[in-house]
Write a protein that binds this ligand. Structure first.
Ligand SMILES: Nc1ncnc2c1ncn2[C@@H]1O[C@H](COP(=O)(O)OP(=O)(O)OP(=O)(O)O)[C@@H](O)[C@H]1O
Ligand SMILES: [Mg+2]
Length: 314
């Protein structure tokens, strides 16, 4: 549905997007993850035909971003970083205006409006002037304008920015419910957002892709060792040495403090040391309080990939 090939965007000396290639299948939700200045917004602006690329190509539903910008704008729903609201209009006036602009037939305006009011929870504010709405409600109106023409493809630049926790969950659910029928690209800094919403994750840093996978694949690729977190009541060097002797254990990190004694045991990927570890600690009478397999969060993966890129770790 979306094919991107060697896309590059330069602003003078700054390379905002550097030779980006990826594709998104029909009905897929792609999460675009990266730190500030990574090039997320720039890529989205290129794909929605608001900024021309310096080089490279991209097609959206078979349309070329350079030659068919008019068609692309009609089949796309785009939520820019700052929603493009006319602040002197009411939410209803504005959404009807966008519907007209996007070529929604007049006979369908009513149902299109009702649909986005319900989906984005706008019932209470629909007849209020946009200038008087809170940031979160303006964001909801921004999402509503992206959805008003039931677009095949949705490009959402930080869709949950400025929303309250309840609304964040609702918008995530809404985005998830769009999968299948709609193809979605969303950008975010919020790591759980992509784990909860997206089938595919692209992590970009300084304009380049550093990882492109499903969440599970990303975790699997980055996890080179098994980690087990152990909390014990009493700790000493003796127990650390004994743990080191367990078959398959590669490294032991101690995090002892006045309040708690935690040991992180790293072992070979295909070697589960938990049973032996538990037995040994119990036999040593150290008081086993907790033993847990540690799964790397997306946050860890993200930091790992980005710091690796910068050459500060590994
Ligand atoms: N119009 C512009 N002129 C000059 N430089 C720009 C312009 N737009 C973006 N940049 C630069 O391109 C780089 C990528 O910016 P972009 O806005 O795409 O990042 P982002 O990943 O969306 O970041 P954020 O998470 O902060 O929104 C940055 O270094 C930015 O300063
Ligand atoms: Mg941005």
């Amino acid at each position: 549905m979306i094919q991107v090939q060697n896309l590059t965007k330069k602003f003078g000396e700054i390379v905002a997007v550097n030779d980006l290639s990826f594709s998104v299948k029909k009905g897929e939700i792609l999460g675009f993850l990266g730190p500030n200045g990574a090039g997320k917004t720039t890529t989205m602006r290129i794909l929605t035909c608001y900024t021309p690329a310096t080089s490279g190509t991209a097609t959206i539903a078979g349309y070329d971003i350079f030659n068919d910008s008019f068609e692309i704008k009609r089949i796309l729903g785009y939520l820019p970083e700052t929603p493009p609201l006319y602040l002197e209009l009411t939410a209803r006036e504005y959404l009807l205006y966008v519907a007209k602009l996007k070529g929604v037939p007049i006979a369908k305006h009513r149902s299109a409006l009702d649909n986005v009011i319900q989906k984005c929870g706008l019932e209470k504010v629909i007849d209020r002037v946009l200038n008087n709405l809170s940031k979160g409600y303006r964001q909801r109106v921004g999402i509503a304008q992206a959805l008003i023409n039931s677009p095949q493809i949705l490009i959402l630049d930080e869709p949950t920015s400025g929303l309250d926790p309840k609304q964040i969950i609702e918008i995530r659910e809404l985005i998830k419910s769009l999968a299948g029928e709609h193809t979605v690209i969303l950008s975010t800094h919020i790591l759980p957002e992509v784990t909860q919403t997206c089938q595919k994750i692209i992590i970009i840093n300084e304009g380049s892709i550093v990882a492109e996978d499903s969440y599970e694949e990303l975790i699997a690729k980055t996890n080179k060792t098994n980690k087990t977190r152990v909390m014990i009541k009493t700790a000493d060097d003796n127990i650390i040495n004994k743990i080191k002797e367990i078959n398959g254990v590669q490294n032991v990190v101690r995090e002892f403090s006045a309040e708690r004694n935690v040991i992180i045991v790293e072992s070979e990927m295909d070697c589960d040391v938990r049973e032996e570890l538990a037995r040994m600690i119990v036999n040593s009478r150290c008081g086993l309080l907790e033993l847990k397999h540690e799964v790397m969060s997306l946050e860890d993966v993200f930091l790992h990939l980005i710091t690796k890129e910068e050459g500060t770790v590994n």
